[in-house]
Ligand binder design. Structure first.
Ligand SMILES: [Zn+2]
Length: 239
């Protein structure tokens, strides 16, 4: 039997839709299709500052000073290998009272890794953080936000709550701190219009990447939030 052209078109479209749905579920930060991921609560005046990929000796100490100066508690999603390399800095994050979470051992795209590798990455980072900091890890953020059902299942088995974000500034690309601030303002405005809190993703860590624009932007982000009566929280309040 010959396949009619319109059937071929239908198959191609449904394959395209299926691929699109998979990418949405795996990579869209706020998608809940592959399992629950904490984003934010429904109080539009709450904001969580979250910093990924550290600790990083060139940016994290400056950021810690700035957060201390403004008495703001933030959240750091730490890479296990970097924690092993920078134990004093990892301890300084915790000693300053910040929330910390697991961002895997080596930062792979977990959506494409075997279940065994996923488990090693998450369990390895838990062990590194717990050895160095001496406290249990409760939060997990998959690198790039990328996941599939087994990733969330393994995180849950390891007693971790998975957290993504709802404001991204692409601060891994070279840009002025003003551009980062502008994206954050737009993101907070958008979240407030839809009656939800803001979970802001920035980076203090990362190999040889420019991190100071995001750190400098943090000062204005904090000033803006304080001026408009927003409260700083950590994702734990949204679990
Ligand atoms: Zn990351």
């Amino acid at each position: 039997m010959m396949t009619r052209p319109e059937s071929i078109a239908a198959i191609t479209i449904s394959a395209g839709v299926a691929a699109g749905a998979w990418f949405y579920a795996a990579l869209y930060p706020t998608s809940q299709i592959f399992g629950r991921v904490v984003i934010a609560g429904d109080d539009p005046n709450e904001v969580a500052l979250t910093y990924d990929d550290g600790p990083n000796p060139s940016a994290t100490p400056v950021l810690l000073d700035l957060l201390a100066k403004h008495d703001v508690r933030a959240t750091f999603f730490l890479i296990g290998e970097s924690v092993r390399k920078q134990p004093a800095l990892a301890r300084a994050i915790a000693a300053a009272g910040h929330c910390f979470g697991n961002h895997t051992m080596t930062h792979p795209w977990l959506s494409y890794q075997s279940a065994a590798r996923v488990r090693n990455e998450i369990a390895g980072a838990n062990a590194a953080i717990e050895d160095v900091i001496g406290a249990r890890v409760k939060l997990f953020r998959p690198p790039h936000g990328a996941r599939r059902p087994v990733v969330l299942q393994i995180a849950s088995e390891l007693a971790l709550t998975t957290v993504n974000w709802n404001i991204i500034t692409h601060d891994w690309r070279v840009q002025a701190s003003e551009a980062i601030v502008e994206k954050v303002r737009n993101g907070i405005r958008r979240n407030q219009a839809s009656q939800c809190g803001s979970n802001l993703l920035l980076h203090d860590g990362g190999m040889n990447q420019p991190r100071m624009p995001g750190v400098i932007a943090t000062e204005t982000i904090i000033a803006d939030a304080k001026a408009t009566g927003m409260r700083f929280v950590t994702p734990e309040v949204w679990i």
